[in-house]
Design a binder for this molecule. Structure first.
Ligand SMILES: Cc1cc2nc3c(=O)[nH]c(=O)nc-3n(C[C@H](O)[C@H](O)[C@H](O)COP(=O)(O)OP(=O)(O)OC[C@H]3O[C@@H](n4cnc5c(N)ncnc54)[C@H](O)[C@@H]3O)c2cc1C
Length: 416
């Protein structure tokens, strides 16, 4: 006998959990089938020797509108990073800080190799993208991020400042990203603060899942096929009026033959422990030389001391590739960038998150790919919107609304 429900959601990542929250609020009998033994998908934290290791360095942005609809930010207990970056080239380190949030560091920003005129252009651009109308931004002609930014900033500023920053956000070749995705993500950086939950990124997944009714999420339940209103799993069959495929793109493509998965951008994060923090502030360090392959490095414990045992520090360094890392060479490069002796640093672990990030190449149109695929399934995932937690949550919400319309339910809204 098949297990019968109103809605089956496949995948308990941010997308599937968001869809489940909205559908349960609307009164739909919903089951989430998840192949792994935990919720959260790409949002995960592991405890290794007392260090909180997120599965790839990632952050929550307080300006994500879809996040505020589902999670009480106070419960996340976010530990914020400075609204600034440090540009390092092996010889010097320059800090560029947002003067609204760190007015006392304005002079630091003026003493960088980035010309004052460029900083002003960057500020004007950020104000327009951050506080102008989102609708107007999405109505601009779509191009790639490189062409879009070339109309705003000079080549050197893009190469030395913007590319290193965006590599940590979009992975390799960030300038190929859709200008629409660039402006929406940049908007959230201008409007919000970034940080990590004191308990690690997995806390976000826990909070997304917590209000779901007991038994709603079935772990260790891999879906192996969909036909009509039925799904097959390794532990039996399920049947529902609506099926939402909320997996990562390659697993979605394996379940739905019509779908082509977008290219992936691999990211690798190396975690080091040390007894002395190489910098005093919770701020992203960027490699302005572009020679080391480092996208960014951050002393996580400067923001969240809970990420390491008392008296220790945890440094997360992200590289925009999925290749094995020469750890000694990386440590030397970090020594040059931070300007400290890193010979006593110990590698806690290196993570190669799979899947990585979906490349958001143009055309991404209005970042709202169709939710219905054929008659039998609804499709959701960050790659249907923007490759971010916001994109995943918003896509899950859109799929839930479409299911509600299909099943004649009133969409539920969570205001917790
Ligand atoms: C290294 C890295 C850093 C990132 N940094 C940031 C950041 O700083 N800020 C930000 O906003 N975003 C960041 N992101 C992006 C963000 O993590 C993702 O956009 C988001 O988590 C995607 O959620 P999802 O639910 O769409 O997909 P996933 O998290 O991939 O969830 C899909 C789920 O489906 C399950 N599944 C797959 N196949 C099956 C099957 N056949 N049957 C049942 N279940 C199945 C999987 O186990 C998984 O749990 C980062 C991503 C990575 C990888």
């Amino acid at each position: 006998m098949d297990d019968q429900h109103d809605v089956i959601i496949i995948g308990a990542g941010a997308t599937g959990l968001a869809a489940a929250r909205h559908l349960c609020d609307a009164g739909a009998d919903t089951v989430v089938l998840e192949s792994s033994d935990r919720v959260g998908g790409r949002i995960a934290t592991e405890l290794i020797d007392g260090y909180r290791i997120d599965r790839g360095f990632q952050v929550v942005n307080t300006a994500y509108p879809a996040l505020r609809r589902l999670v009480d930010l106070a419960e996340l207990d976010l530990r914020l990073f400075d609204h600034a970056v440090v540009l390092a080239d092996g010889t010097h380190r320059y800090q560029i800080a947002d003067p609204r949030r760190h007015p006392s560091r304005l002079t630091d920003s003026l003493c960088t190799p980035v010309a004052v005129s460029e900083l002003l252009r960057l500020a004007r651009f950020s104000v327009r993208v951050g506080y102008g109308s989102a609708r107007a931004l999405l109505a601009e002609p779509e191009t790639d991020a490189g062409s879009y930014l070339a109309a705003v900033l000079d080549e050197q500023t893009i190469r030395r400042l913007v590319v290193p920053f965006l590599t940590g956000v979009f992975g390799a070749e960030p300038l190929r990203t859709s200008s629409r995705v660039l402006t929406m993500i940049w908007r959230s950086f201008v409007r919000g603060r970034i940080g990590v939950p004191a308990a690690g990124m997995a806390r976000l997944a826990e909070l997304l899942a917590a209000p779901l009714p007991s038994g709603c999420v079935r772990l260790n339940t891999r879906v192996t096929g969909i036909s009509g209103h039925r799904v097959r799993t390794e532990v039996g069959g399920f049947r529902a009026a609506a099926i939402v495929v909320a997996t990562d793109p390659s697993n979605a493509a394996a379940l739905l033959s019509r779908l082509t998965a977008p290219p992936q951008r691999a990211l690798t994060t190396v975690y080091h422990s040390t007894d002395t923090a190489p910098s005093a502030r919770p701020v992203l360090l960027l490699d302005a030389s572009g020679r080391t392959g480092i996208a960014n490095s951050v002393v996580l414990t400067n923001a969240a001391p809970q990420y390491a045992p008392v008296g220790r520090h945890l440094v997360a360094t992200t590289l925009a590739h999925g290749q094995p890392v020469d750890e000694r060479a990386l440590r030397r490069a970090l020594g040059h960038l931070y300007g400290v002796d890193t010979s006593s640093w110990q590698q806690v672990t290196t993570v190669h998150p799979t899947p990585g990030l979906s490349a958001a190449l143009p055309p991404r149109r209005h970042l709202r790919d169709p939710v219905m695929v054929g008659d039998d399934a609804f499709l959701a995932g960050d790659y249907r919107d923007s490759p971010s937690i916001q994109g995943a949550l918003a896509s899950g919400h859109r799929a839930a609304r479409a299911v509600c319309a299909d099943l004649d339910l009133s969409p539920g809204f969570t205001h917790s």
